[in-house]
Design a protein around this ligand. Structure first.
Ligand code: THG
Length: 266
């Protein structure tokens, strides 16, 4: 299970403020802490100012790279901002994301293929997310056809079935898990990821929902997620879920984490 650290996101108030003020120390600390906590990638999202997004994203990339060498996950729907940020990275980044809109496919996929990036493919077309598993599978298959014809290897594609809040659709988590299973069965080389915390939006005591959902999604085949790596309870859940799913040979990761004190506060 690979973690994409979520904390450097301009839709968070304090991050937005740090970006506006060019407060590099605040961003550097978020980068260092997430890297130390074992994030495989750091998501960087400059927020939603179309006029400044490219500049802000480049500043974030440079600021993060000044302190860590963890690869980045460039998070933007804007092909121009992504194209600009790709020129600033030291390591091949993950691109977050494409969806089945022509401007995102045409603007972003050639960059992904040219630079050998990993790419997140959202189960979304024409800004709509299909309600049913069948609908999401159709969109994902359409995207798979595009990534393949652009020459992106299957193993570089991370399918995001899109976790929507359970508070407006009680089937939301089941739809995600069933979509993962359906794609995984037919396309075994593809990876999966998602923004974990969306699932519990609008509900109280969100961390329990997030943890239960993460476990079920991992059982369905989820092998990466965008989440808060500083959340120790969530880290413990991942370790325990990997263990019971038979993904932790000789129980090494679990026992090592125990000795390192990961479970000590619980
Ligand atoms: N799929 C893909 N990319 C995504 C999402 C997705 N990128 C954005 C988002 N969804 C995932 N990233 C975040 C980042 C921050 C939060 C949620 C999702 C967040 N933070 C809270 C806050 O800022 O208050 C709480 C956590 C905290 O305090 O750190 O809610 O679905 N492909």
């Amino acid at each position: 299970m690979k973690i994409i650290g979520e904390k450097i996101n301009g839709t968070r108030k304090r991050v937005a403020q740090a970006i506006t003020e060019r407060n590099a120390d605040f961003i550097k600390e978020l980068a260092q802490k997430q890297a130390e906590a074992g994030a495989a990638w750091l998501d960087v999202n400059a927020g939603t100012h179309p006029d400044r997004e490219a500049d802000d994203l480049i500043w974030l990339v440079e600021t993060v790279q000044a302190v860590v060498d963890t690869p980045l996950c460039l998070d933007s729907a804007n092909p121009h901002a992504l194209a600009a940020a790709i020129t600033a990275v030291n390591k091949t980044p993950m691109i977050n994301s494409i969806s089945a809109e022509p401007e995102r496919i045409e603007g972003i996929l050639p960059l992904v293929a040219e630079h050998g990036c990993q790419v997140i493919a959202l189960a979304m077309a024409a800004k709509k997310i299909p309600e049913t598993v069948e609908g999401r599978v159709v969109v994902i298959e359409e995207l798979i056809e595009k990534t393949r014809s652009a020459g992106v290897p299957d193993k570089n594609v991370y399918v995001d079935p899109l976790a929507m809040t359970i508070s407006t659709n009680i089937q939301s988590a089941i739809i995600v898990c069933d979509t993962i299973r359906a794609i995984h069965e037919v396309y075994p080389e593809f990876h999966f990821t998602m923004g974990l915390s969306n699932i519990s939006f609008g509900l109280p005591a969100r961390s329990y929902i997030n943890r239960a959902f993460l476990t079920l999604a991992m059982a369905a085949g989820l092998d990466s997620a965008i989440l808060d790596p500083l959340d120790r309870e969530l880290q413990a859940t991942i370790l325990a879920a990997q263990l019971v799913l038979g993904q932790d040979r000789h129980c090494l990761k679990y026992t090592r984490a125990y000795r390192a004190g990961v479970f000590s506060s619980s």
